[in-house]
Design a protein around this ligand. Structure first.
Ligand SMILES: NC(=O)c1ccc[n+]([C@@H]2O[C@H](COP(=O)([O-])OP(=O)(O)OC[C@H]3O[C@@H](n4cnc5c(N)ncnc54)[C@H](OP(=O)(O)O)[C@@H]3O)[C@@H](O)[C@H]2O)c1
Length: 271
């Protein structure tokens, strides 16, 4: 499986690193990025070949992963269009932008998969939502799965609305978790712990709780109740969180992200 990347930033780096770790030969990978330092970094870190701009070389690859920001996706896809061939699978990882818009920019290319990875992909623990255009066959879906499974789990979506929802959940979700961790670290500092120890306590608590949840078949509520003895310390904190409406705020914030994903599709899918 030979894969070319358009854009060599954070997400492309995570995917390239994951693919190499899984045994994809560096010679099977290629990245296009206009920034010399980015190309240098990729060449030195992964020993892959890079290019400054889209060219005929792209035809050598089975899949082309477009990993640029949503606002530059149209420009990047338009630059790729002259070099794309019918058999190639195109995977777009831009938030919000719909497959139909990417297909149009690529001259009505039929084999498009929209993907929404998340940053834990950097450590091989990503969760990626995938959406295949109706014209993508079984082999195309398998190829997309193979690329994204290099950095974690994949979840297939049935329509654009569903992948926008995944964007708001697992795509943006790591930021929600870091936000909670920051708050816990602030609480630790307020209680007198130095910053480094505060961070260690916050991150360690999350890692432990997440592993416990991942390894347990019990519901999340039950796991929480197990830590919450009646009249105890946890009960005092949970009562305070409930009074402040923390859970409702998280649900509301996730809806705002979901709405923004839709708006980005409208905003950056034009033209
Ligand atoms: N980071 C996340 O958590 C996350 C999660 C899921 C999905 N995504 C999606 O992944 C995409 C990439 O995000 P990222 O964080 O990897 O962005 P990034 O670090 O900014 O990487 C994008 C790279 O593409 C380059 N580029 C811009 N236009 C190009 C073109 N026409 N041809 C080739 N390369 C081009 C950029 O160069 P310049 O710096 O010069 O522009 C930059 O090096 C975004 O669409 C984002 O929505 C990100």
């Amino acid at each position: 499986m030979k894969i070319a990347f358009i854009g060599g930033g954070n997400m492309a780096t995570a995917l390239i690193g994951g693919l190499i770790k899984q045994g994809t030969p560096a010679g099977y990978l290629y990245a296009v990025d206009p920034v010399a330092e980015t190309r240098d970094r990729l060449e030195k870190t992964f020993r892959i070949v890079t290019g400054e701009a889209a060219s005929g070389k792209l035809a050598d690859y089975d899949a082309i992963v477009i990993a640029v920001k949503p606002q530059t996706l149209k420009e990047a896809a338009t630059a790729v269009r002259p070099f794309i061939v019918e058999r190639q699978l195109v995977i777009s990882i831009a938030a919000g932008v719909r497959s139909t818009d990417v297909a149009r920019w690529l001259g009505d290319h039929a084999r498009i998969v929209r993907a929404m990875p998340n940053t834990p992909a950097l450590v091989g623990l990503g969760v990626t939502g995938l959406l295949a255009s109706p014209t993508v066959n079984h082999d195309g879906r398998m190829l997309a799965e193979q690329v994204l499974e290099a950095v974690g789990e994949v979840v297939w979506c049935n329509n654009e609305a569903e992948i926008d929802s995944i964007t708001a959940l697992s795509g943006s979700g790591p930021a929600y978790v870091f936000y909670f961790m920051e708050a816990l670290a602030t609480a630790a500092q307020n209680l007198g712990f130095p910053p480094e120890e505060a961070r260690r306590l916050a991150v360690g608590t999350f890692t432990g709780a997440a592993q416990l949840a991942a390894q347990s078949e019990e519901s999340l509520s039950l796991l929480r109740e197990r830590v919450t003895s009646k009249g105890g310390t946890t009960a005092a904190a949970i009562a305070s969180f409930m009074e402040s409406g923390i859970a409702e705020a998280i649900v509301k914030g996730t809806s705002a992200a979901r709405q923004r994903a839709y708006e980005m599709g409208e905003e950056f899918g034009q033209g």
